[in-house]
Design a protein around this ligand. Structure first.
Ligand code: CP
Length: 337
């Protein structure tokens, strides 16, 4: 059975990403009728978190439960992650006991290190470089809210704000899928040249486009979706005054900016958000905001990703084989009584 990890959407073709999104759609439809199939019966997910999380942690744990499996929450200090044993040994041991590993790591090298020695699928739950599970969810959410008559390849997605791990992933998945992506930010906080090069390479294959600009008003003029993220993260507290001065007020998503976009334009945010900073309450709670649909879709997307990676690998013994082993063990135990 081929081992696939979910580290970067760049590792997947457009067709594979669309298959994954279709699987997610089917599982969500089943869930909405109260009949999620137990596709991962008795499977176990090991979840490693080096950073806090609400959506990623809860969505993966609930996804495993609803699919008939189980999730273990593991945090540094409670397991020997990179302390007293190598990362590779932790990964090998988890692979012997669990069916899949999901990790949120400070450094991207940690997730690739885990994947390098794992013999079960490893899922990236966010690193300093990217957030692939988030952006599969985002595209799924965009598809659900696509204006009538538009195809995926017609959609304009505008990200306003810092070049975060979400920006890198969103830029790459949108361009891989043939969508039209714009990043608006002050020069210092724009996507690095390497990300842009990968996005442009995606566009050459997919027919999508990528634009980077300092002008947020021009960036939203044709936007179907406006997306933003935090302007600073844990560890960047010292930079808050400088960052606030660079982004505020020009790059804040407020009603004045939203009104520059078409009336059908939707507002998205991966959350957590600093209300009143990168986006105002008025925008976040407006009828154009789909942030909570987006958050809920993390659950459905995790089910899709887990099922896509793990279902083909699970052993499903025949009733005869199960009866044989059960009989053998009962005979042994009964013989000892
Ligand atoms: N969007 C996201 O990953 O949220 P958490 O940090 O709460 O997991």
């Amino acid at each position: 059975m081929t081992l696939r990890h979910f580290i970067d959407t760049q590792d997947f073709s457009k067709e594979e990403l669309l298959e994954l999104i279709e699987l997610t759609r089917m599982i969500k439809a089943a869930d909405k009728q109260g009949c999620t199939p137990k596709l991962l019966q008795d499977a176990t997910l090991a979840m490693i978190f080096e950073e806090p999380s609400t959506r990623t942690r809860v969505s993966f744990e609930v996804a495993m439960t609803e699919l008939g499996g189980h999730a273990l929450y593991l945090k540094p200090g409670e397991i020997h992650l990179g302390v007293r044993e190598s990362l590779g040994d932790t990964s090998r041991v988890l692979s012997r006991m669990c069916d899949v590993i999901m990790a949120r790591t400070l450094q991207h090298a940690t997730i690739t290190g885990l994947a390098g020695t794992a013999t079960v699928p490893v899922i990236n739950g966010l690193t300093d470089y990217n957030h692939p599970t988030q952006v599969v969810c985002d595209v799924f959410t965009m598809i659900e809210h696509t204006p009538a008559g538009k195809r995926l390849e017609d959609l304009n997605v505008t990200f306003i704000g810092d070049a975060t791990n979400v920006l890198s992933s969103l830029m790459l998945i949108c361009t891989r899928l043939g969508m039209h992506f714009t990043h608006a930010a002050p020069k210092k906080y724009q996507a690095p040249a390497q990300w842009l090069q990968w996005a442009e390479e995606n566009c050459q294959v997919s027919g999508g486009t990528v634009t980077v600009t300092e002008d947020p008003i021009a960036a939203v003029r044709d936007a179907d979706y406006i997306y933003t993220d935090l302007w600073w993260w844990v560890g960047q507290e010292d930079e808050i005054p400088e960052r606030r001065a660079a982004f505020m007020p020009k790059y804040q998503v407020n009603m004045d900016l939203l009104r520059q976009a078409p009336a059908h334009c939707k507002f998205m945010h991966c959350l957590p958000a600093s209300r009143g900073v990168e986006a105002t309450d008025e925008v976040m709670d407006s009828p154009q905001s789909i942030i909570f649909d987006q958050a809920e879709n993390r659950l459905h997307t995790e089910k899709g990703i887990l099922t896509w990676l793990v279902y083909p690998r699970l052993k499903r013994p025949s009733p005869e084989l199960l009866a044989f082993h059960t009989g053998q063990i009962h005979n042994y135990l009964d013989g000892r009584c």
